[in-house]
Design a protein around this ligand. Structure first.
Ligand code: THU
Length: 130
């Protein structure tokens, strides 16, 4: 099963009663283990969380902390674009050349990388004088 297939399967479990926009995310860690996440909305809208954040939380809880590959899928006309906050969250745990596959449920895909998603990322070395 590909990482997109993993994201597609978990997407079914998303909790998105307010937007009706279900998103699934799958992260393969450098250990080889795949960690899954979905968006989890809340009646207090800003409390909702994205699928990518859920997959990162699952990865950290499982004891992995280095991303090897990412897949995100939604029922969108074009492959869904991770929000700015999720780009920063993903960048925390993966090198710039990590492959990210963005997919639609009807089979369109866009290949990108963490560096392309977040050019000029703020990273820990910018705090070297602190
Ligand atoms: N969403 C994600 O989970 N990931 C993305 O990459 C884009 C947006 C969610 C947040 C919210 O639950 C719904 O999609 C609509 O914005």
């Amino acid at each position: 099963m590909s990482l997109v297939d993993d994201a597609r399967a978990v997407r079914e479990n998303a909790y998105a009663p307010y937007s009706n926009f279900k998103v699934g995310a799958a992260i393969r860690a450098t250990s080889g283990t795949v960690h899954l996440g979905v968006n989890v909305e809340n009646v207090a809208y800003p409390e909702g969380t994205c699928a990518e954040a859920g997959a990162i939380a699952a990865m950290i809880a499982a004891g992995d902390a280095e991303i090897a590959e990412v897949a995100v899928i939604a029922d969108s006309p074009v492959p869904v674009s991770p929000c700015g906050g999720c780009r920063q969250k993903l960048a925390e745990f993966g090198k710039g050349d990590v492959r990210v596959t963005l997919a639609t449920t009807d089979g369109k895909t866009r290949q990108t990388t963490l560096a392309e998603l977040l050019p000029g990322a703020f990273d820990r070395h910018q705090m070297d004088r602190a």
